[in-house]
Design a protein around this ligand. Structure first.
Ligand code: AVI
Length: 332
């Protein structure tokens, strides 16, 4: 049960001389400020981007292998079954801009069918991208490749090195679900502006299904998703010099049908106090930190969202259970 009461908050000046030695904070001033604001909010929350330090990224890879986590394998089955159809919808010779490309494997599997003229993988970790792209370039020498290391989630503009004709954004994995619907429209409008009049979008979207299936996908029997969520506390300890004790917190995840989203929280197992560089907060037993949302759509609700962002859906492919959809849309 979520305890809803005014939090006991003490804001401590970062420069104040405390008797207890402060743990070092490794985040920038802006990061410390962002996290502090979330932790001191009445309903404490943190951005899901803090789930992904190097261990968090490995735990997410492990999640994708779990029997309960259907999105990865379901989307892969749709690409495998309908890749040729998708290539026909997209058309060859496009500039394929892969958002959150990681190891570039999803896009690379489609290259023989999509035959892009240019491949532009975008990821926050440029060093990781460069290694993956060097290998890909050897396998596909005919495709021009330009890696971009940037955080695309908060708006971006493509550099001139990206061809201006036939820009097609590739956004698989249902990461669009980690934005609220309003944020998603804003984000997609940004893609529409960058795509230009002849551009498009190939996107993976997770669909509403049996709630038990959804709950299990975010609260697996092995506890990998729990470790992924709890690992955020280790990451926060590093970033803001906090003293979160992992043992005092538990992973909570459930589908909220009213908002059509999975919610992930970390719940205090006992009354406790957390201190960090510049702040301190008491948490009651049962009080939570909201760490992530993962919105689920109906096919129609996502088409409507795309329309609000200036895209017209041309094709949609799903698995036989209609658990997941891949959509091609063009600028309208
Ligand atoms: C990255 N994103 C699409 C995942 C999701 O399903 O929302 C993140 C995740 N969180 C817990 N499990 C997976």
């Amino acid at each position: 049960m979520q305890v809803s009461r005014s939090p006991a908050i003490r804001v401590v000046s970062p420069l104040a001389s405390n008797t207890a030695p402060q743990r070092p904070a490794h985040g920038s001033a802006a990061v410390i400020e962002e996290i502090t604001a979330g932790l001191l909010a009445r309903d404490a929350h943190t951005s899901p981007k803090f789930l992904y330090d190097s261990l968090g990224s490995k735990l997410f890879e492990a999640i994708c292998e779990l029997p309960e986590y259907y999105p990865t394998r379901t989307e892969a089955s749709i690409f495998a079954a309908y890749g040729a159809d998708m290539a026909q919808a997209v058309g060859d010779g496009a500039s394929l801009i892969d958002l959150g490309a990681g190891n570039c494997a999803k896009a690379a599997a489609l290259f023989p069918l999509l035959k892009p003229a240019q491949y532009v993988p975008v990821d926050i970790s440029r060093d990781f991208l460069l290694g993956a792209v060097a290998q890909l370039q050897q396998r596909f020498p005919q495709i021009e490749m330009t890696a971009l290391g940037l955080d695309f989630s908060s708006g971006f503009e493509l550099p001139d090195s990206v061809r201006s004709e036939r820009r097609v954004f590739f956004y698989p994995g249902s990461s669009i679900g980690n934005f609220s619907p309003e944020q998603a429209v804003t984000f997609l409008r940004g893609l529409r502006a960058n795509a230009g009049a002849d551009g498009g979008l190939l996107i993976g979207v997770d669909l509403i299904k049996d709630h038990a299936v959804l709950d299990a996908a975010y609260d697996d029997a092995l506890g990998v998703t729990g470790a992924f969520n709890l690992n955020m506390l280790r990451h926060l300890n590093h970033l803001i010099g906090a003293d979160f004790d992992i043992d005092q917190w538990k992973h909570v995840a459930f589908f909220n049908p009213a908002l059509s989203r999975i919610e992930m929280h970390l719940e205090a197992r006992c009354p406790l106090t957390v201190t960090w560089r510049g702040g301190e907060r008491d948490f009651a037993r049962g009080e939570r930190i909201h760490t992530e949302d993962s919105y689920k759509y109906t096919r129609q609700s996502f088409v409507t969202l795309l329309e609000r962002a200036g895209f017209a859906t041309t094709r949609m492919w799903t698995d036989t259970d209609t658990w997941f959809a891949v959509i091609h849309a063009r600028a309208s």
